[in-house]
Design a binder for this molecule. Structure first.
Ligand SMILES: Cc1ncc(COP(=O)(O)O)c(C=O)c1O
Length: 485
């Protein structure tokens, strides 16, 4: 290890506390210290290159150090790095809002900026609540959310979070949310256990057989029990819901759980029928990650409020936006002393450098026809991923566009997960690191989420590396007695 690396590693372990990291492990491990990045590659302080297989946590779009984005940020920097957005405005924020409204799903006409995905969701929740209070009823104090949902780490977004591992510990601090079951076909509680019989878990009617990997909803006898569960919440909490919140198309942080087609439209229809505003959290899915500009576009869903962040600046700078309809916006207008104002804002709201990066980023979507190219590459990826289903520890493969997850299980026949202490996801990612790939798993789900602009050859390399890393891990498990069935 070079002297520079060893000093940096020591200081990191002495002074830092990393997000979502068990520091006891971190302090023992050899940290990857990144010095530079270009295109789809990261380079560490010792000159080793790693293919960025998760787009630096789902944000990089055209690649690192893209000349157009570099230019846009530098040119904005020459004019102004920052000014407040409270009581002032500026060109990059105005032009970006205009562009966001142009590309947004129908009906979204107003843009409220903040700094990250969690704050975009906080804004959405507060906006929906205050809208309800001013427009319909002060009794609308609850939110409908889904099990397995992840909307960020601030306490509002944790309140509507449905992942026990992340959220349960904070329960006493949270406001009330009502949860419907997750549209998670692989672990659907209403399926029959493999081998037939009527050992269905859960209480919905219907003759449902065990879905196999790749099965469509129809083949598994699905009766939309997940949607029915949402319907029950809508009905039982009538007049109490300020909004219903979903991550459209895919529950990312829970392990790339891709929803069956039709779920979103059904969920939207319930919102409309019950008169409850629909919040779509496109923080992870927005800006082409699922192959469409926004995931709601796959089913023509029109949210009342939509949250975006992550890829908005192409992975350059922190920025987020909460978009809403003119109807919701209008409900906040009034005389000053009526206090209908939306009292929310952050110091760095609409930072001009971030807005300039976002404008340049979105311009490239147009000029490079990025989404068409993503569609082609995602098609190749789908075929390649299909080949992983037969590997010994692969339970499920889920993909939509450039968001993919490979769920590793101890026994694919029964879907039994690995014991958490085995850290199989981390092991596979370490094996991938040996092959020059940077991946970050979600538990035992291996996430493949490359920059949208990745070159064809690099995408193939990424896939090959993931496959080899899974095989190597499965092989080492099979050598240890009793670790695989
Ligand atoms: C759907 C969704 N919402 C919100 C967030 C939170 O975003 P941030 O980490 O920028 O606060 C995330 C982060 O992964 C996310 O996936």
């Amino acid at each position: 290890m070079s002297k520079k690396k060893s000093s940096l590693a020591r200081w990191d372990k002495t002074y830092l506390w990393h997000p979502f990291t068990q520091q006891a492990d971190w302090e023992k491990d050899d940290p990857l210290i990144i010095q530079s990045a270009r295109g789809s590659y990261l380079t560490d302080v010792e000159g080793r290159r790693y293919l960025d297989g998760v787009s630096s946590l789902w944000v990089t779009v055209h690649g690192h150090r893209h000349p157009a984005l570099d230019r846009a940020v530098k040119s904005q920097l020459a004019r102004m790095a920052h000014t407040t957005f409270l009581g002032l405005t500026h060109e990059p924020a105005i032009l970006l809002a205009k562009e966001l409204v142009r590309i947004a799903p129908r009906g979204l006409r107003r843009v409220f900026y903040s700094d990250n995905g969690s704050t975009a969701v906080e804004v959405a929740l507060k906006m929906a609540y205050q809208y309800g209070r001013q427009q319909t009823s002060p009794l609308r104090t609850e939110f409908l959310a889904l099990k397995n949902s992840y909307h960020g780490d601030t306490l509002g977004s944790v309140s509507i979070g449905g992942i026990d591992l992340f959220h349960k510990a904070f329960k006493p601090l949270l406001f009330r949310a009502r949860f419907a079951i997750s549209p998670h076909c692989y672990r659907c509680p209403y399926r029959r256990e493999r081998g037939g019989g009527s050992s269905r878990i859960g209480n919905a009617g219907g003759n449902i057989s065990a879905p196999k990997p790749g099965d469509s909803r129809k083949e598994t006898g699905c009766r939309w029990e997940c949607l029915r569960s949402a319907e029950v919440v809508f009905q039982s909490r009538r007049g109490r819901l300020a909004a219903a919140v979903i991550e459209p198309s895919v529950q990312g942080a829970a392990g790339m759980i891709v929803m069956p087609r039709g779920y979103m439209k059904g969920f939207e229809a319930l919102c409309r029928r019950e008169g409850v505003p629909l919040i779509c959290d496109e923080v992870a899915t927005g800006f082409g990650r699922t192959g469409a500009m926004f995931a709601v576009d796959h089913e023509g869903v029109s949210p009342d409020i939509m949250c975006v962040a992550k890829s908005i600046t192409g992975g350059y700078l922190p920025l987020a936006a909460t978009l809403t309809t003119e109807r919701i916006y209008q409900a906040f207008l009034g005389r000053y002393e009526e206090f209908k104002t939306f009292y929310h804002g952050h110091t760095y709201t609409a930072n001009p450098l971030a807005c300039a990066a976002a404008l340049a980023n979105l311009e490239l979507y147009r000029t490079q026809r990025l989404l068409r190219d993503v569609g082609r590459k995602a098609g190749w990826l789908a075929q390649a991923l299909d080949g992983l289903r037969s590997l010994p520890i692969v339970g499920d493969v889920r993909q939509i566009g450039f968001m993919a997850g490979v769920e590793l299980v101890q026994d694919p026949g029964t879907r039994r997960p690995f014991p958490p202490a085995w850290k199989i996801g981390q092991k596979v990612c370490l094996a991938a690191r040996e092959r020059g790939l940077w991946l970050r798993p979600l538990g035992d789900v291996i996430v493949i989420l490359p920059p949208l602009g990745i070159a064809d050859g690099d995408l193939r390399r990424l896939f090959r590396g993931v496959r080899e890393a899974i095989l190597e891990t499965a092989y080492s498990l099979s050598k240890e007695d009793g670790r695989l069935p």
